[in-house]
Design a protein around this ligand. Structure first.
Ligand code: WTA
Length: 651
């Protein structure tokens, strides 16, 4: 975050208390909050055991928390359960049986509503289809699907039979799919013939075909037909590829839920880190379900009559925990939308809110800033009076966007929950509770139950502005990095001798004890809420034959929060041309995905380096943000900087 923004955030003193009306029916009250929070910190095992008991266990656990192999914590050891059973079967005996579980709207305007019993049937058939292909407990199944019901159904089907799901966001390129499929050694890949995005048909199956060239571990590919009519043309490889609708034809609608050990792996989700290689974050069953359940229940104050809409894609953690698992564990009605927020026009989200009388709406600051830019006339056209609670996630929200959200979408009557968390934490960690916490625009307020945060300096002393850290394990915490336990320890647990979890974010605590998360302190850039490792991008650039060296930095961006700027030096004899710039952009799109293409690619004769040869990214950031340049005496060649600065400003 740049200095100006930081300054405006830290001088933000406005407070917004929940209305009495909201507070009077909220699931947590100020009194119960204090008591419960205290219990959750003083006796976490008793606290989490009570929560876990609200879900179904085939066999109760022996130990709530086993810290013997710290930081590889184990929760609910000895217990067996099934998260898909808890999401669906648990709601079938009561009035929820015929309640809408999933309301889906396709981009072209088609829609589907699945009740809890519909979901039961669909998930079980999908599970039986996977079994028919020989998928067994522990096998990895990769998904490369658009936001269609079969994505939610498919991951629940995996959970039902104990297979490990790994969703690859549909914006990733074939190369990225291949890397992930190989890393997880996926047995089956599930994709679709197509998907709609801004009125254009995307042909996902073709991308999967390219990704799987020469890949041996995948025995079968399932193709879900996106539309109701004829499938969109795509190649079907005899023996390997199966149309989903044919595969499930005639399969039973019952499938016994596998008794999963609490620590059995539930899913893998790849995320960018500070090195070139994305890491497969491991989440397990019993702890994750307990944490997703309780956070969804209290942060969103879910009521039986709510229509809850989380706009995140299931390709990211938010879609896992708060579109599928958390709300379904609570028996809620979830809305899922396939397409873009500005198709066919900028009012599409608000049209959907009106159409389905959405009452809880959870989105990202980048979307809010885009809506602000598009103008008030869009939300004003629609009846948004059904909304009662708003949320944001994914990046810091600037107070201006928060205030706009509060006034124009929430009509100043909806609490806003600004939720800080990560792929690695499994669920929400810092957040207001909507009936309890007076909110401050831009602050994610306080820790959730059982979360014990601290702000530390590098040397481990507590401070009110520094590095965010978490002291105690919580049930939703990641269980490791797939195939790389050492990297898990080094990345998250090495900073303070294994005593604190280090999420990689900087934070500040104000005089009222409110937390303000300021952004990443490592080389990860948050572009529209998508985490992109600069090292990953740099290694893509140098893979290109024209490039000698590259340094990528994040810069403030009005809509995206952060944008990417790449500084690239070319090999001897290669000339910098606009065509080459385009080619490099295309190369990034091919290697990672379009969303990772930098805003600007700047060719430069050299990069600023220390005498020991380290690229000084701080200086590049100073140049990009137009700041006065600090000390450059450690530079091997100080003239590089003035050249670069000139270049940057002229470009
Ligand atoms: C950032 C998304 C400020 C943070 C759930 C974190 C936030 C990274 C917030 C995780 C927030 C997420 N305020 N920053 N409310 N929420 N972040 O893994 O830098 O995609 O480390 O998980 O997003 O991104 P991830």
């Amino acid at each position: 975050m740049d200095d100006k923004k930081l300054d405006s955030v830290l001088h933000e003193n406005r407070q917004f208390a929940p209305s009495e009306e909201f507070a009077s029916t909220a699931s947590v009250t100020p009194e119960s909050y204090k008591e419960l929070y205290q219990k959750s910190i003083q006796d976490p095992e008793a606290f989490w055991a009570d929560v876990a008991s609200e879900l179904h266990w085939f066999k109760p656990w022996d130990t709530v928390l086993d810290e013997s192999e710290k930081p590889f914590f184990k929760w609910f050891s000895g217990g067996t359960t099934n998260i898909a059973y808890n999401c669906i079967d648990r709601h079938l005996d009561g009035p929820s049986r015929n309640k809408a579980a999933l309301i889906w709207e396709g981009e072209p305007g088609d829609s589907r509503v699945l009740t809890y019993f519909d979901l039961y049937r669909e998930v079980n058939q999908f599970a039986n289809a996977l079994k028919k292909l020989g998928v067994q407990k522990g096998d990895r199944v990769a998904f490369y699907l658009p936001m269609i019901p079969e994505l939610a159904i498919g991951i629940l089907a995996c959970a039902r039979i104990g297979a490990v799901h790994s969703v690859i966001f549909a914006g990733f390129s074939a190369d990225s799919i291949r890397d992930r499929v190989l890393d997880m050694e996926a047995k089956v890949v599930i994709t679709s013939d197509g998907s709609w995005r801004r009125g254009k048909l995307l042909t996902l199956k073709n991308t999967v075909d390219t990704a799987l060239e020469g890949v041996d571990c995948v025995s079968d590919v399932i193709i879900v037909k996106r539309g109701q009519g004829e499938p969109f043309p795509c190649h079907v490889q005899e023996g390997r590829d199966h149309w989903y609708h044919r595969l499930i034809d005639g399969l039973p609608i019952h499938c016994e839920a596998s008794e999963q050990e609490a620590e059995d792996m539930l899913f893998l989700l790849y995320t960018s880190g500070t090195t070139g290689k994305p890491k497969g974050i491991i989440h397990s069953t019993g702890g994750y379900q307990t944490y997703a359940y309780l956070t969804a229940k209290h942060v969103f104050d879910l009521k039986p009559e709510d229509v809850y809409w989380c706009t995140a894609d299931i390709g990211w953690i938010t879609g896992h925990s708060y579109l599928v698992y958390g709300p379904l564990l609570n028996g809620a009605t979830c809305l899922m939308y396939e397409g873009a927020p500005n198709y066919p026009d900028n009012g599409r989200f608000w049209e959907i809110v009106e159409k389905y009388a959405v009452s809880i709406f959870y989105t990202a600051p980048t979307a809010i800033r885009a809506f602000m830019k598009w103008g008030d006339q869009w939300p004003e056209k629609y009846d948004l009076s059904s909304l009662r609670l708003l949320g944001t996630v994914g990046e810091p929200i600037n107070p201006e966007a928060w205030i706009w959200y509060n006034e124009k979408i929430g009509a100043e009557k909806c609490p806003i929950v600004d939720t800080w968390w990560q792929t690695e934490t499994g669920g929400i960690m810092l957040t207001p509770l909507p009936g309890v916490t007076p909110t401050k625009p831009g602050s994610c307020c306080h820790p959730f139950f059982g979360v014990d945060p601290a702000i530390l300096q590098e040397d481990g002393t507590e401070t009110d502005g520094g590095l965010l850290s978490i002291r105690k394990p919580w049930p939703g915490i990641m269980r490791g990095i797939y195939g790389d336990p050492e990297r898990f320890k080094a990345t998250y647990w090495s900073k303070w001798d294994g005593e604190y979890y280090f999420p990689g974010d900087g934070a500040k605590k104000d005089e009222d004890g409110y937390f303000w998360v300021l952004g990443r302190v490592d080389d990860v850039v948050n572009v529209s809420g998508h985490r992109i490792g600069t090292a990953e991008l740099e290694s893509v650039f140098v893979e290109h034959e024209a490039t000698a060296e590259s340094a990528v930095i994040g810069v403030p961006h009005e809509i995206k929060g952060q944008g990417l700027v790449a500084f690239v030096t070319l090999k001897e004899g290669v000339t910098a041309t606009p065509e080459l710039e385009k080619e490099l952009a295309g190369f990034v799109a091919q290697k990672i995905g379009k969303f990772a293409v930098p805003e600007r690619i700047i060719f430069s004769a050299d990069l600023p380096k220390t005498r020991s040869g380290k690229i000084m990214r701080r200086l590049l950031r100073d140049i990009a943000e137009g700041r006065a340049l600090g000390n450059v005496t450690t530079l091997a060649d100080p003239s590089v900087v003035s050249d670069l600065q000139k270049h940057y400003e002229e470009d």
